[in-house]
Write a protein that binds this ligand. Structure first.
Ligand SMILES: Nc1ncnc2c1ncn2[C@@H]1O[C@H](COP(=O)(O)OP(=O)(O)O)[C@@H](O)[C@H]1O
Ligand SMILES: [Mg+2]
Length: 229
């Protein structure tokens, strides 16, 4: 369960103060696949950075699976981000000269998992994102965009996080590939009971979500979802 209570993020730019996040309150059950829609500059990435403890809210609380991350000391935040949150970005952010499998093994290495266990788990995760074994050893920069995003999703799952934050994960993909990636995220969130929040500006993609939110003028409003199946 993710519970966000009245969070505000203020930036000072010159003599102007902006609040891209200005009093957001919502909560989602564990295992929910939720979409966040909003125009460019509406604060979507800012919101995700607060939820993922990449940045601190000016005020308000973020509670992930019972842990109040707004109150965690800096010394605990690195481990928290590494072990409890998975990030997926528009640009994939893989290490280009490592193989698909090595990219997935990396977060487990930082978390102190043995080599044998890392290798086994990375192989299984790559299967789960539907990458065949012949792709596991391929260098990340030799994979298509859609495949790189699959590797990035497997990497986000590596340490079995409670929460995955995906910031425009389909932004660099064609429509068909984007749709496959969203369907994959949706399936994984349900199978693994991982809460996944995905930022997108694509309405069709947002239509696959269990819940849909719109960010505008610093506040988040829930919209009705109409889905079949
Ligand atoms: N570190 C920062 N310092 C100052 N302003 C920022 C910072 N990060 C984001 N902003 C501003 O906050 C607003 C929201 O940005 P962002 O969260 O990136 O929007 P989105 O992801 O929806 O496009 C923008 O006006 C942006 O310029
Ligand atoms: Mg953004």
């Amino acid at each position: 369960m993710l519970t966000v209570t009245n969070i505000v993020k203020k930036f000072n730019s010159g003599e102007r103060t902006i609040k891209p996040v200005n009093g957001i309150t919502f909560s989602v059950e564990q295992g929910t696949f939720a979409a966040i829609l909003g125009k460019s500059g509406s604060g979507k990435s800012t919101l995700l950075s607060l939820l993922g403890a990449l940045d601190k809210a000016t005020s308000g609380e973020v509670i992930v699976d019972g842990v109040n991350i707004s109150a965690l000391p800096d010394s605990k935040l690195t481990a928290y981000r590494r072990d409890d949150i998975g990030f997926v970005f528009q640009q994939y952010n893989l290490i280009p000269n490592l193989s698909a499998k090595e990219n997935v093994m990396l977060p487990m290495e930082f978390a102190g998992v043995s080599h044998a266990e890392r290798s086994k788990r990375a192989g299984a995760l790559l299967e789960q994102v539907e990458l065949t074994e012949e792709m596991h050893g391929r260098l990340a920069n030799r994979l298509s965009g859609g495949m790189q995003q699959r590797v990035a999703i497997a990497r986000a799952l590596a340490n079995e996080p409670k929460l995955i934050l995906a910031d425009e994960p389909t932004g660099n993909l064609d429509d068909e590939t984007g749709e496959l990636i969203i369907a994959l995220l949706r399936r994984l969130s349900h199978e693994k009971k991982t809460t996944i929040l995905v930022v997108t500006h694509d309405h069709a993609l947002a239509g696959q979500a269990d819940r849909k939110f719109r960010l505008a003028r610093g506040t988040l409003t829930e919209e009705a979802v109409r889905r079949q199946g």
